[in-house]
Design a protein around this ligand. Structure first.
Ligand code: URA
Ligand code: SF4
Length: 259
């Protein structure tokens, strides 16, 4: 990165100091927290899209036969696009599947779509998304990149917008989790970076505060994918004083992936 570009990125993050990129030994795994349900592929069936709205009252419909989450991208995308497995389907405009390179070494997992994402069908396109793009750029990555050392895949724990930007509820995250887990199996990232309290708590199956969750390197799911937790960019917009810690986390992500 040239120095003008570097300054632009650091200004965007509100950070004054810079440490050059260095290659480090792989970070040691410190702690393991594997929600057992994360490995589940077989889930209760949802009613097919375009059915009578009255059917939407049961989530999931207990009378429906078992349903397998499609295991390839070609099946997974339309399954999400037509999904009615939780009540968020009633208020969404678009499902927000995810974006980026389908075999990226880094997978970023946010909370859920906001108004801009719901309108456009793409994650992190609003103000928080602009900051996320700057954060990723600071470690040489972009949602548009094709080459693996610049690539990232970005998704959320729920694919539909919670009304009024409320937190996604536990049952909604559980209904949506098989899609995220399948995305993780398909991308096979070397590292997952979870953004913010909700994504962290739901992925780790804990109610601990973010301050306690940030720090250790976890493993997620049956694939034991390494997982780090950092601040959500929307939180950083409200609390710019935390950007230095966010930058420390990003450097750690970069070092982990460069090792
Ligand atoms: N916040 C999120 O957690 N995800 C998005 O896609 C947008 C904002
Ligand atoms: Fe389906 Fe997930 Fe949307 Fe709920 S949030 S309707 S589970 S895609």
């Amino acid at each position: 990165m040239d120095s003008a570009r570097r300054k632009q990125v650091l200004d965007a993050l509100g950070i004054e100091s810079w440490s050059p990129r260095t290659r480090h030994a792989p970070t040691q795994l410190l702690q393991v927290a594997v929600p057992t349900q994360a490995a589940t592929v077989t889930v209760e069936a949802a009613p097919a899209p375009n059915q009578n709205a009255a059917m939407l009252h049961k989530f999931p419909d207990p009378s429906a036969p078992a349903f397998e989450v499609p295991t390839d991208w070609e099946g997974l995308r339309p399954a999400v696009a037509g999904c009615m497995r939780c009540k968020l389907c009633k208020t969404r405009t678009n499902t927000v599947f995810g974006v980026g390179q389908q075999s990226a070494p880094l997978m970023v997992v946010g909370e859920g779509p906001g108004a801009d994402e719901d309108a456009q069908g793409e994650p992190f396109v609003g103000r928080a998304g602009k900051l996320l793009d700057e954060m990723l750029k600071s470690i040489g990555r972009s949602r548009k990149a094709e080459v693996s050392d610049q690539a990232v895949f970005i998704a959320n724990v729920v694919k539909c917008r919670p009304p009024g930007n409320r937190d996604p509820e536990a049952d909604e995250v559980e209904a949506c989790r098989p899609y995220l887990d399948q995305q993780i199996r398909l991308v096979r990232p070397r590292l997952i970076l979870a953004l913010g309290r909700i994504a962290a708590q739901r992925l780790l199956g804990t109610e601990a505060p973010l301050s306690k969750l940030r720090g250790p390197l976890y493993e997620y799911g049956s694939e034991k994918t390494p997982l780090l937790i950092t601040y959500h960019p929307a939180y950083l917009l409200r609390s710019p004083g935390e950007k230095a810690k966010s930058w420390a986390d990003l450097k750690r992500v970069h070092q982990f992936l460069a090792a």
